[in-house]
Design a binder for this molecule. Structure first.
Ligand code: NCD
Ligand code: ZN
Length: 354
C-alpha cells in the first residue's frame, strides 16, 4: 500500500448549473474521491456561464449543498466583465480565458478585450488560458507585457511544450498542465468495440505520437497533471454533432500509477504535479489529515460501469492498469473506501471561503 496526499485537479467541468444530465456537483465530486482527488477547481463554461457575482453565487450555492470533496469555482473572462471579475477574484479559483474558441458569452473576439483582463486581474489565482499553438504564444506575450502569471491549460503539442520551455527559461511567469488523454491517446480511439468517431472528439484534439513523445520527453516543463474532466453522455457522444470532451477524474491516478510501474514517471513527480504544484500555482489551502491509500500492485481493467461519473463512459474502457485507490481520508474523515463514497453531499468546502 502507498500513501499519497489528496490530489488536486485544477481543471474539471462539473456541468452544474445547467447541464446536470451530464454531471452535477454530487456526481463530479464522487468521481473525484473515487479517483483519489480531494480538491477540484470547476470551470465556468456552464449554463449560464459563471462570469459575475450572481452566477458565481449560483455555482457556489449548488456546490455548498452537494459537493463531497473540496472545491473552487473559476470565473470566466467575457467581453465586458473585467472589472466585475476582478472585484470577485478572491472568491474565485482563478480566471479562465478562452482565446480562440467561440464560447457564447465568454467569447473574446478582439485583443483589446484581453488587455482589460490582463490589466485588472488581481489573483490570487492565475489567468488560465485555453490557447492553442500560436494563440498560446500570444498569451505568453501578454503575460510578459503585464508581468501576469499565466497557466496554460491542456498542453497537447510538441511546439507548445517547447515554446513554454523557452519562455520559462527567459523568465515569463508561465506554468502549464497536461491531461492524461494527451499523454496516452492518439486519434481515433480504437480500443473499445463499437466506438463512433464522436467518442474521439476532444479539445484540444488528440495529437500525434510525435507530440505524445515530446510531452513525455519534456516532463520537467509540465507543472501539473489536470484531467479536463469534460463529461458528455454516451448518446451525445454517439449522436449527431458529438460534443468534444472526455471524463477523466476516475482514470487519472490508475493511468499515472501504471506509468510509474513502467518506469516512465516517478512517484515523486506524480505527487509534485498532482499536488504540490497545483497547490502553489493556485494558492490553495492545505487539507489537514488528508491522505489517499493506493494498492500499487492491483492489476485490473478500467470499466465505465464501475465509475461514479454520470456520463457513463470512458475513452480508456478496457485499458489494463496497475494501481487502485483503496481508501481516501479527507480532513480526518474516511470519504471513500473500496468502491464506496462515504462522504455526504455538502461535506466539501469552498477553498476560497474566508
Ligand atoms: C470542454 C467541455 O466539454 O466543456 N470540452 C473539451 O473537449 N475539453 C470544453 C472546453 O474546455 O473547451
Ligand atoms: Zn476544459
Amino acid at each position: 500500500m502507498i500513501e499519497l496526499p489528496g490530489l488536486i485537479d485544477p481543471h474539471v467541468h462539473v456541468r452544474e448549473p445547467g447541464q446536470t444530465h451530464k454531471e452535477d456537483w454530487d456526481t463530479a465530486t464522487q468521481a473525484a474521491l473515487a479517483g483519489g482527488v480531494t480538491m477540484i477547481l470547476a470551470m465556468p463554461n456552464t449554463k449560464p456561464p459563471i462570469f459575475d457575482e450572481s452566477t458565481l453565487n449560483l455555482a457556489l450555492e449548488a456546490a455548498r449543498a452537494k459537493a463531497r470533496c473540496d472545491y473552487g469555482q473559476y470565473l470566466g473572462a467575457g467581453p465586458a466583465n473585467a472589472l466585475e471579475v476582478a472585484r470577485h477574484a478572491r472568491r474565485a479559483a482563478a480566471l479562465k480565458m478562452y482565446l480562440d474558441s467561440t464560447f457564447g458569452e465568454l467569447r473574446l473576439d478582439d485583443m483589446t478585450l484581453w488587455l482589460e483582463h490582463f490589466r485588472r486581474w488581481p489573483g490570487p489565482g492565475p489567468i488560465v488560458l485555453h490557447a492553442e499553438s500560436r494563440s498560446m504564444a500570444a498569451a505568453l506575450a501578454f503575460a510578459q507585457m503585464f508581468d501576469q502569471p499565466v497557466h496554460i491549460a491542456h498542453v497537447s503539442l510538441r511546439e507548445e511544450i517547447l515554446v513554454i520551455r523557452e519562455a520559462k527559461a527567459r523568465g515569463v511567469k508561465v506554468t502549464c498542465e497536461v491531461c492524461p488523454h494527451h499523454l496516452f491517446l492518439t486519434a481515433p480511439l480504437t480500443c473499445a468495440e463499437g466506438v463512433t468517431p464522436g467518442r474521439s472528439e476532444v479539445r484540444p484534439r488528440l495529437a500525434t505520437q510525435d507530440d505524445i513523445n515530446a510531452l513525455w520527453e519534456n516532463l520537467d516543463v509540465i507543472d501539473c497533471f489536470a484531467t479536463d474532466h469534460a463529461p458528455h453522455t454516451l448518446s451525445e457522444k454517439d449522436g449527431e454533432n458529438p460534443p468534444p470532451g472526455f471524463p477523466g477524474l476516475e482514470t487519472l491516478l490508475p493511468l499515472l500509477l501504471t506509468a510509474v510501474s513502467e518506469g516512465r514517471l516517478t512517484l515523486e513527480q506524480l505527487v509534485q504535479k498532482a499536488y504540490h504544484n497545483p497547490r502553489r500555482i493556485f494558492a490553495l489551502p492545505e487539507q489537514p489529515e488528508t491522505r489517499v491509500f493506493v494498492d500499487e500492485t492491483d492489476e485490473y481493467e478500467l470499466r465505465a460501469a464501475e465509475m461514479k461519473s454520470r456520463c457513463g463512459w470512458t475513452p480508456f474502457e478496457g485499458w489494463r492498469v496497475k494501481g487502485r485507490v483503496r481508501k481516501v481520508i479527507l480532513r480526518g474523515q474516511t470519504v471513500f473506501q473500496d468502491g464506496s463514497v462515504l462522504a455526504a453531499p455538502g461535506f466539501g468546502r469552498d477553498v476560497r471561503a474566508a
